[in-house]
Each structure stands twice: as structure tokens, then as C-alpha cells.
Design a protein around this ligand. Structure first.
Ligand code: ZN
Length: 140
């Protein structure tokens, strides 16, 4: 049994629906009537789909990372980046505020079925200097 309340204190604290054993009718945290299935797990599974991601490279170079991400976008290759500070990094053009020397470089992972293509893009990128990024400007 799961609490379906998106504002449930338990969910806000843990990121997961509160779970109770069968027979319990109401959430002990918020008093909402429980449901049989975790409503948020189904949602998360749908949005995650079933794409296997494999590591392509470490993003040691912010300018390179931004260019590579743009190339992957253009090629329609799914990718994700794991590591600290990345949300800011790719969010709103705040390039240059990049990586923490403490946590190390984020990892770029790509759709496993497109890994060869991604490798080619990376190789091409490394073989030539990255073009200037028109979105980065001189804001910093
Ligand atoms: Zn609840």
C-alpha cells in the first residue's frame, strides 16, 4: 500500500511514496487514503524508459563538454551527465563555472546503441579545436 499524496511529508523527505503493509488504510504521515500501487514508481519508470547508458568519456574540459553535448543533441543521440555542478553547467549558459576539483570531472554517458556514433563524434571533436560557442559569450 502506498501513499498517493505528492505533498506527503514522507515523500518530500525521502523522494518516495510512503509504503505500508496490506491492511493499513491511511498514511501515517499525512492521513491520505492509501492505494495499492506506488503511483510515483510507475511514473518514474515511464519517464526513464529502457535505454542503457554507457560511459563515453569524462568531461574534463568544460568547453569540450558543451560542444560535445551540442553535437550529441544534433545527432539525436541520448546522453546524460553524472557528476557535481552539472545542472548549473548545462542549465542556462553559465559556462565556465564548471567542475569542482574536489568531486572531479563529471562522466558523460550515452545511449549504448549509439555508442559507436558518439565515439566518432568525440574523436572528430578531439581531432580539431572546438569551435567558439556562440551561446557562452563573455558574460563571466
Ligand atoms: Zn502520506
Amino acid at each position: 500500500m502506498f501513499c498517493p499524496n505528492p505533498d506527503c511529508p514522507h515523500r518530500e523527505e525521502t523522494g518516495r511514496a510512503a509504503e505500508f503493509r496490506a491492511g493499513i488504510e491511511r498514511c501515517s504521515d499525512c492521513g491520505t487514503a492509501l492505494v495499492d500501487e506506488d503511483p510515483f514508481a510507475a511514473e518514474a519508470a515511464r519517464s526513464a524508459r529502457h535505454i542503457e547508458m554507457v560511459e563515453l568519456t569524462e568531461l574534463t574540459e568544460p568547453a569540450l563538454a558543451a560542444t560535445l553535448a551540442a553535437m550529441l543533441d544534433e545527432a539525436g543521440i541520448g546522453y546524460e551527465i553524472e557528476g557535481g555542478g552539472v545542472q548549473d553547467f548545462f542549465g542556462v549558459g553559465r559556462l565556465g563555472t564548471g567542475f569542482s576539483p574536489i568531486t572531479g570531472a563529471p562522466q558523460l554517458r550515452v545511449d549504448a546503441t549509439r555508442l559507436a556514433e558518439a565515439h566518432d563524434l568525440l574523436a572528430a571533436l578531439l581531432a580539431s579545436p572546438p569551435p567558439p560557442d556562440p551561446s557562452s559569450g563573455e558574460e563571466t
